[in-house]
Design a protein around this ligand. Structure first.
Ligand SMILES: Cc1ncc(COP(=O)(O)O)c(C=O)c1O
Length: 314
C-alpha cells in the first residue's frame, strides 16, 4: 500500500473546492485567558456533516471509477466517517453500507441513515464492526477508515487552510482515532510550516494509536473510552508510518479532561464540540505551562455531541 504525499492533499483541495467552502478558524479572548496561550480554533464542527471526515469521503468518492461507484461500498465507523461516506455516496449516487458498533450514538445513526446509507449495527466496538464489514466485502468495495490514502489526502486539506490562515503557528494539536487527520497534518506541516509542531492526542482509555507510535509498530490495546471518535483498539498501518516521521509529540488525556474541555468550549468559545472535537483543547488545558504564550491551533474536529453529552455540559 502506498503512503500519501503532499501532492495528494493539493489534488484533494482541487477536487473539494466545488463541494466545501473553507471552514473558519477563530480565536476567542476568553479562551486565550483560560489557557494562557493564543489559541486558534479550527471549526471543522461547521462542516455539513458536523465533522472533518467529510473531506475524506468526498475525495474518496470523486476518485472512484463509475463501475466501483455502481457496485457500492461498505465501511465501518463509530459515526463521523459513517456520515462522511454516506454524504459523499449520496452526492455520487453510490450505494453505501456502514457497519456501526451497537453502542453508536443514536444521533449519528440517524444522521447516517438520513443521507441514505444502509446502517448495520454489529459488534461491541470498532473491532466487531470491522468484522461485520469484512463479511460484506464480497458484495461491496470495503473501505478501511484508517488505511486509505484518499481519506488522508482529503482530511489534509483542513491543514492547508490552517497554515494559510496562520503561517506562524508554534503547534497544532490533532485528535487521533485511526490517525488519518494527524498523519495528514504532518504531511502538510512538513511542506508548508516545518517549524510548527504537530501534537497528537488520544484518550488514555483507548491508547492504541499512541502506543503504536511509541512502539514503532502497530499494536492492539483495550478500547474503553466513551469518546467515540477516539475509540480504536488498534493502530492503523498507513497513518502510523506517516506519523513516525512527522509527529513531534503524542499525548494522552483522560475522558474527564475531554469532558471538561467540552464545557470550556461551550462557556468560553460558544462552541458545541463532541468529545473527540474537544480533545485538542483538553491537551492545552491539561498542560498550560507547555503552551504559555505560544500560538496553538486546536482542531475542533467535530460537533456531533449526543443528547446525553449535551446534558452533561450543564
Ligand atoms: C470528531 C472526530 N475527531 C477525531 C477523530 C479521529 O480521526 P482519525 O480517525 O482520523 O484519527 C474522529 C474519528 O472518527 C472524529 O470523529
Amino acid at each position: 500500500m502506498r503512503l500519501p504525499v503532499f501532492d495528494d492533499v493539493l489534488a484533494a483541495r482541487d477536487l473539494l473546492s466545488s463541494h466545501l467552502p473553507a471552514t473558519p478558524m477563530w480565536s476567542y479572548p476568553a479562551l486565550d485567558e483560560a489557557t494562557g496561550a493564543s489559541v486558534f480554533v479550527k471549526h471543522e464542527n461547521a462542516q455539513p456533516t458536523g465533522a472533518f471526515k467529510v473531506r475524506g469521503g468526498l475525495t474518496f468518492l470523486a476518485g472512484l471509477s463509475p463501475s466501483l461507484r455502481e457496485r457500492g461500498l461498505v465501511t465501518y465507523s463509530t459515526g463521523n466517517h459513517a456520515q462522511s461516506m454516506a454524504y459523499a455516496c449520496a452526492r455520487y449516487g453510490a450505494p453505501c453500507t456502514v457497519v456501526m458498533p451497537e453502542s453508536a450514538s443514536e444521533e449519528k445513526i440517524r444522521a447516517t441513515r438520513g443521507y441514505g446509507a444502509r446502517v448495520v449495527l454489529s459488534g461491541a466496538d470498532m473491532a466487531g464492526a470491522q468484522k461485520a464489514a469484512e463479511a460484506l466485502a464480497g458484495e461491496f468495495l470495503l473501505v478501511s477508515p484508517g488505511d486509505t490514502v484518499e481519506l488522508m489526502a482529503g482530511v489534509g486539506t483542513a491543514y492547508l487552510e490552517v497554515f494559510e490562515a496562520r503561517p506562524d503557528l508554534d503547534a497544532v494539536v490533532v485528535p487521533v482515532g485511526s490517525g488519518t487527520g494527524a498523519a495528514a497534518a504532518c504531511l502538510v506541516a512538513a511542506a508548508v510550516a516545518p517549524r510548527c509542531r504537530v501534537i497528537a492526542v488520544q484518550s488514555a482509555s483507548s491508547p492504541a494509536a499512541h502506543d503504536s507510535w511509541r512502539a514503532g509498530n502497530t499494536v492492539e490495546r483495550p478500547n474503553r473510552t466513551a469518546v467515540e471518535g477516539l475509540a480504536t483498539g488498534r493502530g492503523f498501518t498507513v497513518p502510523q508510518q506517516v506519523l513516525r516521521d512527522g509527529l513531534a509529540e503524542f499525548r494522552l488525556v483522560s475522558d474527564e479532561q475531554i469532558r471538561a474541555a467540552q464545557r470550556v468550549f461551550a462557556t468560553h468559545a460558544h462552541t458545541l464540540a463532541e468529545g473527540a472535537g474537544a480533545a485538542a483543547l483538553a491537551v492545552v488545558l491539561a498542560a498550560p505551562d507547555d503552551f504559555a504564550g505560544l500560538r496553538v491551533a486546536v482542531v475542533c474536529t467535530g460537533g456531533n455531541a449526543s443528547g446525553s453529552e449535551i446534558a452533561d455540559l450543564a
